[in-house]
Design a protein around this ligand. Structure first.
Ligand code: SF4
Ligand code: SF4
Length: 468
């Protein structure tokens, strides 16, 4: 109770993290333990391990996730995308978007509480360090208010030094996704002047991370993150959220009092909240779904020998004592969009091969008239996406009899990630030309297997004029 007197009491209509005069109020959530806290800790360790490991894992000669901006290639778990495959990003991004809508409609802000990098790093790295150096919540608040002395200076220097070090490490690791580890290592050993663009990016990004995790913290979720703002439209009364069972908890009172609910007004759920809100005031935009208040309240209920779940995962309907419906119009709609998007993406991915082809008509006249022929010219570009050299050939389908194609004859070898640009010239005898037609330019491998194709239209004058 002593602690409660020192901390700011949340009010639904104002931000707990901002004082009345507009200055920042530092939130120091109290430590909590319980099944959700432990599960979140394991999930955070796994997620951080995945983030750190992906640049080290090699698949088909490339890091598992590698956005090679120099070569304009994206290597993703053994699949290589080149700039010509960019259209797939539409399905990927929209699929992720609908996936998030779907998960949110079902489980509320489970992403924010369990998997968002902001929460994972803040709660499980930076705040752990802060607690290790400055002590638990009451001690941290006391240190905030204390005059500067040797101990405070030392603690602050150590804390911010470690924060800075971790921010720089996270930023470097992020760069490894774009440069690969060997290249990053080479750059790190060179003078910043030789790679000033990378140096500036990493410095700025490290600074942003440090600012965010050392000071800005929950403001990012409350003020900046657009996902948090979308909650009210993405969820409904049947979505699973974290809420307080008002029917069971109210009226609040002492454990020994008669005629009161189960909430003893101990404020533990408020003290542990990383955004400083009181879950008993209802569902609020600031709630990131971290479940700390569930563990806090369950501990109190255990001590009082009362059933757990006064604060729990449930829908608004469930908390009001009514049945929760799983199948709702928005769930059906999001499921439909998700299935359509995922099907198109899977179908498209299956069609991806280790070569890509682009082709376009040579600038200038769409066709040329020789004495006996109509001539069309195209530029054909073949890209080898493999990390070793490979043999390719270009074959044409749909040419009329007596048509002649030159410029793409014979097999050719492309080096690792190499490309060939060829000029394809097609001549059709004027007396054989019966109107515009579509043909296919196919890229084949050394055994004749089709890897990619493009349709090209042969254009000529109207047949009655071409023979004049
Ligand atoms: S932790 Fe539980 S009992 Fe304590 S104030 Fe919060 S809801 Fe009430
Ligand atoms: S109200 Fe509960 S779930 Fe929401 S942010 Fe606070 S502690 Fe986490």
């Amino acid at each position: 109770m002593k602690q409660r007197a020192n901390i700011r009491q949340p009010r639904r209509e104002e931000l707990t993290s901002v004082n009345e005069d507009g200055s920042r109020y530092a939130i120091h959530p109290a430590d909590v333990d319980g099944r959700f806290t432990q599960a979140r800790r394991i999930s955070a360790i796994l997620l951080i391990a995945i983030y750190a490991a992906l640049p080290w894992i090699q698949i088909n000669g490339y890091p598992a996730v590698y956005l090679d901006t120099d070569a304009m290639r994206f290597h993703f778990f053994g699949i290589t995308f080149v700039s010509q495959d960019l259209w797939l990003a539409f399905f990927l991004i929209s699929g992720l978007g609908f996936g998030l809508f779907y998960v949110t409609a079902l489980f509320g802000r489970i992403w924010c509480g369990w998997a968002c990098p902001q929460t994972v790093f803040l709660e499980h790295v930076y705040r752990r360090i802060e607690r290790w150096i400055e002590g638990e919540a009451v001690a941290r608040r006391r240190l905030d208010n204390a005059d500067w002395n040797v101990s405070k200076i030392w603690k602050r220097l150590l804390k911010h030094g470690l924060f800075l070090l971790i921010s720089i490490s996270v930023a470097h690791l992020f760069m490894a996704y774009f440069l690969s580890l060997p290249q990053l290592w080479n750059i790190m050993r060179e003078s910043p002047l030789e790679n000033w663009g990378t140096f500036v990016f990493v410095s700025v990004f490290s600074g942003i991370l440090y600012f965010n995790f050392a000071w800005f913290r929950e403001q990012l979720c409350i003020v900046i993150c657009p996902y948090g703002r979308l909650q009210s439209v993405l969820i409904d009364d049947h979505s699973t959220v974290i809420g307080y069972d008002e029917k069971r908890g109210e009226p609040r009172g002492k454990p020994t009092q008669d005629g009161v609910g189960d909430c003893i007004d101990c404020h533990r759920c408020v003290q542990v909240c990383p955004t400083g809100i009181d879950i008993r005031q209802g569902l609020q935009m600031e709630c990131i779904g971290c479940a700390a208040c569930i563990d806090a309240c369950d501990t109190i209920m255990d001590k009082l020998d009362r059933p757990r779940g006064l604060v729990r995962y449930d829908s608004q309907e469930g908390l009001a004592g009514r049945a929760t419906r799983l199948i709702r119009p928005r769930i059906i709609l999001y499921s439909f969009l998700l299935v359509v998007g995922a099907s198109v993406l899977i179908f498209s991915l299956q069609g991806l091969t280790h070569a890509s082809l682009t082709a376009w008509r040579v600038e200038g006249s769409p066709y040329y008239l020789d004495q006996d022929h109509i001539r069309n010219q195209f530029i054909v570009r073949v890209t080898n996406k493999l990390n070793h050299s490979a043999d390719y050939g270009i074959a044409l389908d749909g040419l009329p009899v007596d048509a002649v194609a030159t410029g793409v004859d014979g097999a050719f070898t492309l080096p690792e990630n190499g490309e060939a640009v060829k000029t394809l010239v097609i001549r059709v005898p004027r007396n054989r030309f019966e109107g515009n037609f579509v043909m296919k330019a196919n890229v084949v491998d050394s055994e004749g297997g089709l890897l990619a194709y493009r349709e090209l239209e042969f254009i000529g004058p109207q047949p009655e004029t071409s023979n004049q």
